[in-house]
Design a protein around this ligand. Sequence first.
Ligand SMILES: *Cc1c(COP(=O)(O)O)cnc(C)c1O
Length: 517
Amino acid sequence: MTALLRTAVSPRLPRPLPGMPGKSKHTRLALEQETLDPSNWHEFRAQGHRMLDDMLDYIEHVRKRPVWQPIPREVRHAFREALPRQPGDMAAAHEQFMRQVLPYAAGNVHPGFMGWVHGGGTPVGMLAEMLAGGLNANLGGRDQMPLEVERQVVQWVRELFGFPEAASGLFVTGSSMANLIALLVARTAALGAQVRHKGLAECSKRLVAYTSAGAHGCIPQAMNVSGLGTDALRMIAVNERHQMDIDALERAIETDRRAGLTPFFIAATAGTVDVGAIDELAAIAECARREGLWFHVDGAFGALAMLSPELAPLLAGIELADSIAMDFHKWGQVPYDAGFVLVRDSAIQLETFGSTAAYLRRDARGLAAGSPWPGDMGPDLSRGFRALKTWFTLKVHGADRLGAMISRTCALARRMQERIEAEPALELLAPVALNIVCFRYRAAGVAGVTADRINADIVADLHESGICAPSTTSVKGKLAIRAAIVNHRTSAKEIDALIAATLALGAASEKKRRGPG
Ligand SMILES: *Cc1c(COP(=O)(O)O)cnc(C)c1O
C-alpha cells in the first residue's frame, strides 16, 4: 500500500486542483509567499544560542541579583506601544526582554524567594520547554508519541499514590483547575451523567460539599464555577494543628442530612496554603466511606511529599482518595505550568467530559486512533506538552533526589522555627508541619500603629530590600510573616538572612515610631 502511494504521489508540489486558477504571475507570487520561518537560518541559529546563553546565565548567577525589585515607572511606561504592524528584529526584541522584562520578574527562581507557594524551576525543565515548543504538539488527542509521554507520567503518578490501572490522570494548568475537574467528576458520580444535559435546576437533590477553614480559595471557586454555589460548601473548623476537625465534619454531615440535603464531596487538604497543615487523611477517608461521600485531596504542593520516604507517612490515607489535585510546578520544580488531576475511576471522568462532536470523530487506525483522548477527560481541547518537562525532570533528577530536596525544605523550615523560638523579639504563630513557617515581629504596638501594620511594613521592606521575599497571611486574626520554602536553591544562608533582616527592620521601625529620645 505504502509503495503504491509513493509512486502515485509526486514528491513535488501538489498539482493545482481543477477549477483553481492557472499559473498567472499573480497567483504564483501569492502561493509562493515566504513563511514565518527565518530567511537566514544561520543568523537565526546564532541569535538562538545567544538567547539560550542569556537564560542559562540568568539561572546560574541569579544569587547575585535582588530577589525582586520594584518596576520603575519609566520601564512600565516605555514598554507600552501600539500593535507592531511591520516585522521587527529578533535581536532587538530579545534585548528589550533582557532590559525591561527579565530584571523585574517575581523572582521565584531566586533562593531568597519564600512567598506564596512558588516553585523554583530548573534548567532541565527550561530546556524541555524549548523542545516542547519546537515540536508544537497539541495534546488534546490523536495517535502521537507525545501522548505516550503523558501516559507514562500518569503511570508514574498512579504508582506514587498506589492508584489502580483504571485511574486516569491529566495535566492541567494548576491545582485550581484540578480541584474543579475533581468536583465536576464527583458531581457526575452523585447525580449521574444526565446533569450534563439537564443542569442542576432539573435536579431534586441539593448537593453539599465539605472542606476545612484552611482550604485554598480555589475550592469555593470550584463550587462557584460548577454551579453548586459557595453556600453549599461547609467550611469545617480546624483543630489546634490546623487540621479539619473530624467531629465537626461528622456533625455537619448529619445536620445537612436531617435538613434534607445531599452531602456528596469532602475536599481534604494535604499541605494547607496558609500554614502547611495536613488533614488526617485516613480518618477523613473512613468518614467518607461510611457516609458514601466522594473523598478528594487537594495536595497542590503537599502531595509530592510522597516522594520523600521520611515525609510520605504524614500523607497516610491519600491512597484511598477518589481524586487528587496536585502541582508539579511547586515542590516538583517543573517550570510553570504543570498542574495534575488524578481520578480513581476513569469511567466517571469520561462520563463527565467525553466528547461526541463530529469533528472529533475517532478511528481504529490513522492519526484519529488512540481514543479516549485527554480532551475527553476535562474541559480543555487544545493542550500543550506539559508532560515533557515533567518527564525530563523525573528522568534527569530522579524521584529520590526530588524527594530528598523536598525533605530538605522541611528541614530548613525547622531550622527557621528554632531560630524564631530563640529570638525573644520573634513569635512563632503556627506549628511547622512541613515547609511553611508563620511568625511575626513582637512589636510593642506604639500608639496608633498596630503590630499587624508593623509586620506588613516589614514584609514590604524585605521585598524592596531584594534580600528575600516572604509573603503574609492571617493566623488566628494576627497578620503573620509567612515563609514557604519551596525552592530547591534555598539554603540556611537565606533563612538566616530573613531572620536577621526581620530583626533589623523591626527594631528600626520601633525606634522610628518612638521618635528621637
Ligand atoms: C497553590 C495551591 C492551590 C492552587 O494551585 P494553582 O496551581 O495555583 O492553581 C490550591 N490549593 C493549595 C493547597 C495550594 O497550595
